[in-house]
Structure formats: C-alpha cells, structure tokens
Design a binder for this molecule. Structure first.
Ligand code: VGL
Ligand code: ZN
Length: 183
C-alpha cells in the first residue's frame, strides 16, 4: 500500500454555514469524518483559509468575495466534528498576506513555518486523498499543485462542498482528465 495522507481543505465555518456557505458542505464534513475513521492510521493534514480583515479578495478591497475566514474569528475555525483529528503541526494556513489570493493549500504553512509540501515530504507521502471546500477553488488548486509536485492524487467526491453545483460538476471531469483520480 502506498504511503498515504488525507488532506482536508477549508472545512471552516464560513464555508459551511457562514458568509460563504457552500452547497453540500455539512454533508462533506460528515463524510470527511467517516473517511478519517475508516482510514484511522493515516495522517490528516488540514488546510485553513486564514485572512487578515483587509484581505484583497474581499469586496471592500475590490475583490470577488464577502469577508470570510478572518484570522481569530469563528468563521475561520475548523468544524468542531473534526477537532479530534486536528494536530497543530499538521495544520496549514494560507491567504495570510493581504495582497495575495492563495487558493492552493500547497503553499500553506503551519505554526512552525513548514509548508504543506515540506511536511508531506518528511512524512514520505506518495498518495494524497483530497477532500473539502470548495471544489471549484481551493480543492481544485490544491489537488492540481499536488499532482504537479509528483504526488498521486485522489479526490473523494462525497467529501466535497461547492460554490455552485454547476461549477462543481464542470470541474470534476477536468480534474480527471488531468490525471487526478475521482473516488
Ligand atoms: C475559497 C474562495 C475564497 C475556497 C477560499 O476555500 O475554495 N474560495 N477563499
Ligand atoms: Zn479566501
């Protein structure tokens, strides 16, 4: 069996029931818990959108999104059903620089300053199961960056939330065509 890790992207309150509540998000959290329990020996890495209050992606700054996942707010917290699986050194923050939009978790950093990519390397991970929110943005970009970096990537469909159902359904076959496995 290949050395495998689960990567949970942005299963944060603002994307579940907050300012950017996404379709299928609550179900995605439930299914993610099931996936983690079924694969209880695998490391679970969490990616968290983590913006300053003046982030350039917010409407007030001319960006496309309502304020979301502001550092230190409830909206930026990981859903409580996942808390039993969260470890600080395996939690990675992105979107922290006000000037930079960062959909991909690949470049996210943990509290010790290590990148997701670096920690996957230390864990000698070869295959990643990517889940989370939103399919069209952060899941997509994270999965694509991982593939480009040489990992085998599987996206677990039941564990996804999306901005629009049409967008979600359009993205999945594109990911598959790129070489990402859909499970
Ligand atoms: C996301 C829009 C803005 C995501 C994050 O997690 O997909 N989308 N920030
Ligand atoms: Zn964001």
């Amino acid at each position: 069996m290949m050395n495998t890790a689960i990567i949970v992207v942005d299963e944060l309150y603002d994307f579940i029931d907050g300012s950017m509540a996404c379709g299928h998000a609550a179900e995605a959290v439930e299914e993610t818990v099931n996936l983690i329990r079924k694969n209880h020996s695998l490391p679970v890495l969490f990616v968290c959108d983590h913006h300053p209050a003046n982030h350039s992606s917010f409407v007030e700054q001319g960006g496309p999104w309502p304020p979301h996942c502001v550092a230190g707010t409830h909206g930026g917290d990981i859903h409580e059903a996942l808390h039993p699986f969260v470890q600080e050194e395996l939690t990675f923050f992105k979107g922290c620089d006000p000037a930079v939009e960062q959909y991909s978790g690949f470049d996210g950093h943990n509290a010790a300053g290590q990148s997701l990519a670096e920690v996957l390397g230390l864990l000698e991970v070869e295959l990643v199961y990517v889940v989370g929110i939103a399919t069209e943005y952060c899941v997509r970009n994270t999965a694509e960056d991982l593939l480009r970096a040489g990992f085998k990537v599987s996206v677990i469909k039941d564990c996804l939330g999306y901005v629009t159902l049409d967008g979600h359904e359009a993205v999945l076959p594109e990911l598959e065509a790129e070489g990402i496995r859909l499970i």
